[in-house]
Design a protein around this ligand. Structure first.
Ligand code: ATP
Length: 351
């Protein structure tokens, strides 16, 4: 049995179902991201885990015991809120030690553990400051230290990095991941940021309208999305309307693809821009390759890569070239090649 198990969790509000039959098993020491668009039920799921929201149905088990109805303070879970929720009138040390005071841990032990937790988040020396005397990133670290100091069975992070600027967010991602790994702490975090999910966890649960669409490693989710929604939400993708031929095959821009289509209905082909390579039109397709031709419409320098837009008979194709590579001049006729196995086919969505 897994360390933490959510089975058939459901939460309804008056006019909507926020979480609809969510089941998830998390191993001890594992870090799992709940990823999805705004309103898909991520935070409600996390809050049910923390004991801050009562589920209408379903069970939560931790380390062999059912905790579905256990009050929040008896679950030993560390929760880091998006807004940090620090006490403004208390010093950093008192903020961090708060959970220990509540648990009636002795003074000396509290002092020792607060110091240790502040060391972990690299805030030693700032014990006496008030939250308003700290930067956003430092406040975020205090909130993290406060969650870690109780030595939680599970660490829950709710969009905890979203108030930080891009550079700090990136640094904190690595720091939190390092702390999580070195302590071996079971972690669930909520995010709508795919980079955060891809870089900070062992597995991702992608949520849509209160349900989990797919659970898998970051590689699974990115390389083998199970549904159109996942393919669209995680990473960038070209979406090319496909035609079916009489023999059940599919074609894009008049080119038959060595890919299979799901039964019935219209389909679209997905291919990631960085999986497409541009070559001179004289170059044929190799074994197992898809080859479309078109004309370069424009190239845009995006810093870490160059985006080249190719226009063909059936629309546009975006191609990512490494920065430093020279894109073909606008108007050049080119062939766009990709491995057939990088082709994803999904039913077309109703508009
Ligand atoms: P976000 O990324 O915007 O925080 P989320 O995926 O975390 O979104 P939730 O906060 O779990 O989503 O909300 C899921 C749905 O439940 C939303 O439609 C929301 O409006 C609704 N909801 C959440 N909390 C309440 C509440 N206390 N009362 C009524 N409806 C709520």
């Amino acid at each position: 049995m897994s360390y933490l198990t959510l089975a058939g969790l459901q939460k309804r509000y008056r006019d909507s179902v926020a979480v609809d039959d969510v089941s998830l098993s998390v191993e001890q020491g594992e870090s799992v991201a709940l990823l999805g668009p705004s309103g898909c039920g991520k935070t409600t799921t996390l809050r049910m885990l923390a004991g801050l929201v009562d589920p209408d149905a379903g069970t939560i088990r931790l380390d062999g015991a059912e905790i579905t109805r256990l009050p929040a303070h008896r679950r030993n879970m560390g929760y880091v809120f998006q807004s940090y929720a620090l006490f403004p009138h208390l010093s950093v040390a008192r903020n961090v030690g708060f959970g220990l005071e509540e648990r009636r841990v002795g003074r000396a032990e509290t002092g020792r553990r607060v110091e240790e937790a502040l060391g972990m988040v690299r805030l030693s020396g700032l014990e006496g400051r008030r939250p308003r005397e700290l930067s956003g990133g430092q406040q975020q670290r205090v909130a993290l230290a406060r969650a870690l100091v109780i030595r939680p069975s599970v660490l829950l992070l709710d969009e905890s990095l979203s108030n930080l600027d891009a550079k700090l967010r990136d640094a904190m991602r690595h720091e939190i991941r390092d702390i999580q790994r070195s302590l071996g702490i079971t972690t669930l975090f909520v995010t709508h940021d795919q980079v955060e999910a891809l870089t900070m966890c062992d597995r991702i649960a992608v949520m849509k309208r209160g349900r989990i669409e797919q659970i898998g490693t970051p590689e699974d989710i990115y390389e083998r999305p199970a549904t159109r929604f996942v393919a669209d939400f995680v990473g960038r993708a070209n979406v090319l309307p496909a035609d079916r031929d009489a023999k059940g095959g599919i074609s894009v821009w008049g080119v038959t693809l060595p890919a299979r289509a799901p039964q019935g209905g219209e389909v679209d082909v997905f291919v990631r821009p960085q999986r497409v390579r541009l070559v001179p039109v004289s170059e044929p397709a190799g074994e197992g390759m898809v080859r479309l031709t078109g004309r370069v419409e424009r190239s845009v320098f995006v810093g870490d890569h160059v985006e080249v837009i190719v226009a063909g008979t059936g629309g546009q194709l975006s191609v990512e070239m490494q920065s430093g590579a020279r894109p073909p001049a606008d108007g050049t006729e080119v062939a766009a090649l990709w491995q057939a196995r990088d082709t994803l086919v999904f039913p077309r969505e109703a508009p």
